[in-house]
Write a protein that binds this ligand. Sequence first.
Ligand code: PMP
Length: 362
Amino acid sequence: MSWEDKIRKVEPYVAGEQPREKNIIKLNTNECPYPPAPGVQAAVEQLAEDSSFLRLYPDMDATPLVEALAAQYGVDPDRIFVGVGSDDVLALCFLTFFTAATREAPLLFPDITYSFYDVWADLYRIPYRAVPLREDFSIDPADYLPAQGAENSGIIFPNPNAPTGLELAPAEVERIIAGNPDSIVIVDEAYVDFGGQTALPLLEKYDNLLVVQTFSKSRAMAGARVGFAIGSKKLIGYLKDVKFSFNSYTMNLPAIRIGTAAALDTAWFEETTGKIAATRERFKAQIRALGFEFPDSRSNFVFARHPAFGGAELQKALRARGIIVRHFEKPRIADYLRITIGTDEQMDAVVKALQEILAEKA
Ligand code: PMP
C-alpha cells in the first residue's frame, strides 16, 4: 500500500461563497444583516486595551459564557457545552454519540438537510441513512421510529430544517424523541430564533435529547464562531470528555468575552430576531405576488422557486445584478434558491431585481 492509500480521504463540506467585491447584497450564508448587540462592540474595545489574552491560554471551560447561557436558558451550567460555532459542537457530537452506528442500525437524518451531516458521517465512518422528506419537504416522524422499522443508532435533524426553512411542531419532535429511548436525538436549532419553537422544554423529560444552537445567525456573530449545546448533565459530560481529549483550548478569550456580552443582551436579541422575522413575512408576500412558490419558512431564509426558471439560471441572473443567493445542484431541490433575509432595503432590491429578470423573460 502506498502512503496515499493509507490516508483518510473525505469529500469536504462546501460552504457558501464569501465574495471579495464590495457593494454586493450577500444573502447566501444566512448571516445577520445587523451589527451585534452594543455590548459586543464595548467588549471588543476593552480587548484592545489589554493584550494579555494573547500570552495566556484561554479558560477552557469558557466559564463566563457558559454562566451567561445558563442564566439565559434557566439551566445548570453543567448542562451546557460551548464550541467554536455549532459546526464544532456538531462535529464533536458526531464523534461522541454516533460512532457506534452500524449498517443495520444507522444514523438517521433527512435526505434534504444541512449538507455537513453526511460529511461528518463520512469523516468518522458512521453508517447513515438519509430519510426522504415528504413531497412537501416536511419530516414524517414515523420515518424515525424503530417501532415502525426505522432501526437506528442516533438521529439528527435541524428544526427549522435547512435549507427548506420548514418547522416540525414540538409534539412531532417529541414523538421522535419518545420513540427512541435507546438513541441520542440531536435537534439542530441553528434557525430556531426567528419564530420557531425550541425543543428545550423537552429536556426536562428526556435525557437522550441534545439541543444545539448558534450565535452565528440570531446573535449576528458568524465571524466570532460561538455555538452551544444543552442537554442532560450526563450527555454534556461525555461531550466534554471527548472535547478535552481532542483540543481543550479551541475557544479564545475574545470569543468568550463577546459571546458573553451577546448572550446577556436579551432586548437586542428580541428586537433583532423580531425585525428579521417581520422582513421575512414581508418578503414572502412580495415574492408570492411574483409567482414564487416556497415552503413556509420559520427561519432567516426563504427557499423558493419560480415555475419559469431553473435555480442555477435564476441564481446567475441575480449574481449579475450584484445579489448572491445559495443554490444546491441536488436532486429534488435544484430548482430552488435559498435566499437569506437581509434588511427591508436589501429585500426590496431583491424583489426589484426579480421583477426585472421576470420581465426580461416574458
Ligand atoms: N446547523 C445548520 C443547520 C446550519 O445551517 C449551520 C450554518 N451553516 C450550522 C449548523 C453551523 O453554523 P455555525 O457553525 O456558524 O454555528
